[in-house]
Design a protein around this ligand. Structure first.
Ligand SMILES: *[C@@H]1O[C@H](CO)[C@@H](O)[C@H](O)[C@H]1NC(C)=O
Ligand SMILES: *[C@@H]1O[C@H](CO)[C@@H](O)[C@H](O)[C@H]1NC(C)=O
Ligand SMILES: *[C@@H]1O[C@H](CO)[C@@H](O)[C@H](O)[C@H]1NC(C)=O
Ligand SMILES: *[C@@H]1O[C@H](CO)[C@@H](O)[C@H](O)[C@H]1NC(C)=O
Length: 960
């Protein structure tokens, strides 16, 4: 079946090169009509006869248009009903044009020759026209990732040749239509291999009559809908099934035993339903790789026998499954096993990992009742036993009892010897040539991979080589980046493909690649399962948009024929030129997002005031930091380094310079600056300006002289933080974060709240730093931003870590850790001990004064006579680090609590009135930034080591 399609692909590719003569007038008129509804068509469009020197994306046979492919072109507009005039059309691919939308005209049902219809990744709305059911030759139908609403038309059951049927990721509602005496239904689709109806709002029960032994389905994706009722027994008749995803619905009842007839199944997910009765018996399903039965209401019982017999498993997930008794040991030694996730069950007794398989990477038994542990000498990977009795006894303080374990890095294509190349922000390094180029980019979404381990490079490298071979690219000119499982449990991978030569792909290349990626002709390793691709419009060079030369012959002809025609032509040329100019402007706008800001300012002074944020030139910032000298470095992090800079005006600033890999697209950067420059709050470090030039992205912040909270807590530079000052620091930073969460528009989640990101100014007023840089919450994403987990070990919200669902409450968790630091003056993880656990274990209600923390707390506080609000403070901190985000308070609630505490302590909570007698706090007015020019550590002098002058780290000094 695939080969038939590949043939069409080859024919299509060849067809683009031939010139089969003048176009049938009806087709030519239809194309021109389509064009009037579209922006950003390729430059060849509208110039000549569509078939003779074919317009890009068109292929003809005997003067008739047979193929129309305009994927990934950035087409904007709607689909005209004149598409129906192209009556010989066999293949229509308008996919991956996110601005192409509106309804699909019912007249599309007239295209009787159509075998391939791909409209994936656009923004089509309205109903799926029932007239599609008339396309009896249709073989490939992909309407996924649009905004279709309404029901699945029963008429689609007439598509007896359909092979691929993808409606995923829309907003379809209603029941699945099945046939009756009077109406067709999807049960008639006995030649279809793929039902991808995932991520819709389909409801009702899955009809028993949908399935029969005549069906030949391989992939059935019904996940993330609203199906109710029982799983139909008849599903056991479709023995060709390889992937069955019914997860994330509201299915109930018991799982039919007929399911075990599906002996070809590689992946089975029934997770997140309301299934009851015994856990299904999967014995005999001998090729099962991936099983997920989590979060149902199965009867409490011991681990089923198949836990010990399904040797093909890579992944076993049964969280909240009511399992109890002893843990079988065999599964840890299955030859392909990678992850065993059995948290929130009631397993008891001793966990014995036995002889583990070499590929085993993660074992999660969080929140069970395990009381003993027998380690496996061969196992050094992640094991999560948090929330088991064994953590209070045998494994007390073990890393296995911490939620803060670091998983192995997921694979990303390495840059090898190109790792020192840096490119302008909108280009990327081609790992094949080390040149900078404009890649064709998008997201590969694998909807049911048969594996779970993302650190294994060989399977991703195999995918890379399959891609470059089949797409006819140079070896190694493919990058796969940042794979992760998103909240739908799909594996999402960023894909970049690089042109064989030069900086750009041609339009024809892009059309071919986009078509190959969306029509599923690529032969990718089967363990990746079914995939879809969501590409970005390709950034063609603005120059390639001018279709001038062929136009001018038309003009000359027009002059020769006469004035009237000349006039007409001139008008046309005028309109055309106007549109080209508009397009060129748009293109310039896209490449230089700040162009409009610059032209509004006075170019001569180089730093015009722009919406509150100043635009700095690269040279100016380079000079201000002494050529980004090491001595000016005051910090660094994942995004790059921070430098101290002296502007020519004498102003002192902190300059955050993004490194390669941390940069964002120009428009995102601009959006972010527009937002950050509107964020003004006395407890947030203010943005002074930015630089966006020569492939650099820099943010310029006000300079905060007293360094970080962490440093103050360890007493650096003689700063003493007594209890009331600590309360004020808590209040100030809480106010800053509350502002980001509730008053910034759109809201901002900080994502990296920690004591080194809270700075203290000359009056010891807390200022939260390092917000911004891709941390905006847009409404559509709110509540389920699921990108790679970012943050700092020790502060990371465990719920976010486990689910990748980012909310404001993740900041609250991190803030809770900072509150504990304010009490302990310790780092969150010290000598392998996690502050949250330590405090939780030490808490003692009976101790009125110190709440059981006297031994652990900062000795500097212990001597304070009256710690007003101390107990409440600890309670609040513990609420913030509750495992479940919903139980944590909001930042605003914390602000109110702190205000009350300060009020009760007789202190003004309004930090504006903090005394200016800064000398109280030691040498706070000197210009030494604590992380600039580090001072010799005092303890060197008191030791017997010889201090050799200059700054040295303790480790370099040898004891005599
Ligand atoms: C689909 O509709 C939703 C609102 O119903 C909107 O937020 C989203 O952007 C739309 N998506 C597309 C691709 O048009
Ligand atoms: C499913 O299995 C049950 C019990 O084995 C049997 O009675 C029933 O007929 C089967 N249903 C189908 C549709 O095969
Ligand atoms: C483990 O749980 C089972 C079932 O709940 C119980 O019968 C058994 O006594 C428990 N064993 C231990 C060692 O606690
Ligand atoms: C580049 O890679 C080489 C080894 O391949 C490594 O030694 C070097 O440190 C890397 N350079 C950078 C800037 O990462």
């Amino acid at each position: 079946m695939i080969s038939r399609f590949f043939l069409l692909f080859v024919v299509f590719a060849a067809g683009l090169q031939v010139a089969p003569g003048d176009t049938n007038p009806q087709d030519a008129a239809a194309l021109r009509s389509l064009m009037t509804q579209w922006q950003n068509t390729p430059p060849s469009w509208g110039t000549n006869d569509p078939c003779s020197t074919p317009w890009e994306g068109i292929s003809c046979s005997n003067s008739r248009v047979t193929i129309l492919t305009l994927n990934s072109m950035g087409i904007k507009g709607t689909l005209s009903s004149d598409i129906s005039q192209l009556t010989q059309l066999q293949s229509l691919d308008l996919s991956l044009n996110s601005k192409l939308g509106g309804p699909v005209p019912p007249s599309i049902g007239n295209l009787k020759q159509l075998t391939t219809l791909i409209l994936a990744g656009c923004s089509f709305t309205g109903n799926i026209p029932q007239e599609l059911g008339n396309l009896e030759n249709l073989y490939f139908l992909a309407l996924n990732s649009n905004n279709f609403t309404g029901r699945i038309p029963a008429s689609l059951g007439q598509l007896s040749n359909l092979y691929w049927f993808d409606l995923g990721d829309n907003q379809l509602t209603g029941v699945i239509p099945v046939s009756s005496n009077t109406s067709p239904g999807l049960d008639l689709l006995v030649n279809t291999k793929h039902f991808h109806f995932n991520k819709n709002q389909l409801s009702g029960s899955i009809p028993e009559s949908l399935f029969s032994s005549k069906m030949t389905l391989m992939h059935l994706l019904f996940d993330s809908n609203q199906f109710t009722g029982q799983i139909p027994e008849s599903i056991g008749l479709v023995t060709s099934l390889e992937v069955l995803r019914l997860d994330r619905n509201s299915l109930g009842g018991t799982v039919p035993s007929n399911l075990t007839n599906l002996v070809k199944l590689n992946e089975l997910s029934l997770a997140n339903n309301q299934l009851i009765g015994p856990i299904p018996d999967l014995t005999g399903m001998s090729v099962l790789n991936y099983v997920d039965l989590s979060n149902n209401s199965f009867d409490a019982n011991q681990a089923p026998n198949w836990f010990s017999t399904l040797e093909s498993l890579t992944t076993l997930v049964l969280e909240s499954g009511g399992l109890n008794g002893n843990i079988p040991t065999q599964m840890f030694s299955f030859p392909q096993i990678q992850q065993v996730l059995l948290s929130n069950n009631a397993f008891n007794g001793t966990l014995d990992l036995g002889k583990t398989s070499s590929g085993l990477q993660l074992v999660d038994f969080k929140n069970n009742a395990i009381s003993g542990f027998k380690s496996s000498p061969g196992y050094n990977e992640n094991l999560i036993l948090y929330g088991n009795p064994v953590c209070t006894t045998q494994l007390l303080n073990s890393i296995y009892c911490s939620l803060q374990q670091e998983l192995q890095q997921p694979y990303s294509t390495g840059l090898g010897q190109c790792n020192s190349t840096s490119c302008p922000f909108d280009q990327s390094v081609n790992p094949q040539s080390c040149n900078c180029a404009y890649p064709y980019e998008g997201l590969l979404i694998f909807r049911a991979p048969f594996f779970r381990d993302l650190s294994n490079s060989s399977r991703f490298q195999e995918l890379e080589s399959n891609l470059w071979t089949q797409l006819k690219l140079a070896p190694h000119s493919v990058s796969l980046l940042n794979p992760f499982f998103n909240s739908d449990n799909y594996l999402q991978v960023e894909l970049k493909l690089f042109p064989p030569s030069g900086m750009y792909f041609t339009r024809l290349d892009v059309l071919k690649i986009g078509f190959a990626l969306s029509n599923q002709t690529l032969d990718i390793p089967s363990i990746f399962g079914p995939y879809s691709f969501i590409g970005s419009p390709y950034p063609f060079p603005s120059g390639s948009n001018s279709g001038g030369s062929s136009m001018s012959t038309g003009v000359i002809a027009g002059i020769a024929i006469g004035c009237v025609i000349l006039l007409v032509v001139l008008v046309i040329v005028g309109i055309y030129a106007f549109r080209q100019k508009k397009r060129a402007q748009r293109a310039v706008e896209q490449n230089k997002p700040f162009a409009s800001w610059i032209s509004k300012g006075k170019e001569s002074d180089g730093a015009p005031q722009l919406k509150g944020a100043r635009l700095f030139s690269y040279d100016e910032l380079r000079k201000s930091t002494n050529n980004f000298a090491e001595t000016n470095e005051i910090g660094c992090g994942g995004y790059g380094k921070v430098y101290k800079g002296f502007l020519s005006s004498g102003e002192l600033v902190a300059i955050k310079r993004a490194q390669q890999g941390s940069m964002q697209g120009g428009h995102e950067f601009k959006t972010e600056i527009e937002l950050l420059s509107r964020v003004h709050h006395k407890n947030l470090v203010g943005l002074v300006g930015f630089c966006f030039e020569q492939g650099e992205q820099m943010l310029v912040y006000e300079y905060i002289p007293n360094g970080t909270l962490r440093e103050s807590l360890i007493g650096k530079d003689g700063i003493q933080l007594d209890w009331p000052r600590r309360l004020k620091v808590a209040l100030g930073s809480a106010r800053g974060l509350a502002y980001l969460h509730e008053l910034a528009n759109p809201p901002i989640i900080h994502r990296d709240v920690k004591s080194t990101n809270i700075l203290l100014d000359e009056n010891l007023i807390a200022k939260v730093a390092d917000f911004g840089l891709s941390k905006l919450v847009s409404d559509s994403q709110k509540g389920h931003i699921s990108t790679q987990v970012k943050g700092t070990l020790g502060y990371l919200d465990p719920e976010y870590y486990m689910t990748q669902q980012l909310t404001e409450k993740s900041d609250v968790y991190s803030f809770g850790v900072v509150m504990l630091e304010l009490i302990m003056a310790k780092q969150p993880i010290e000598k392998g001990k996690y502050i949250v656990r330590e405090v939780r274990m030490a808490l003692n209600d009976k101790d009125e004064e110190y709440y059981g923390l006297r031994e652990m707390m900062d000795p500097a506080l212990r001597s304070t006579a009256n710690l007003i609000g101390f107990r409440r403070f600890v309670e609040l901190a513990m609420l913030c680090v509750e495992e479940s985000a919903s139980q944590r308070p909001t930042m605003n609630e914390l602000v109110k609590e702190f205000e009350t505490m300060l009020h009760n302590a007789g202190l003004n909570s309004n930090s504006n009135s903090t005394p200016s007698s800064a000398t109280d706090f030691g040498n706070t007015n000197n210009a030494h930034h604590p992380y600039n020019e580090p001072l010799p550590r005092k303890d060197f002098h008191s030791d017997s080591f010889e201090y050799t002058g200059g700054f040295q780290f303790a480790s370099k000094i040898e004891p005599k």
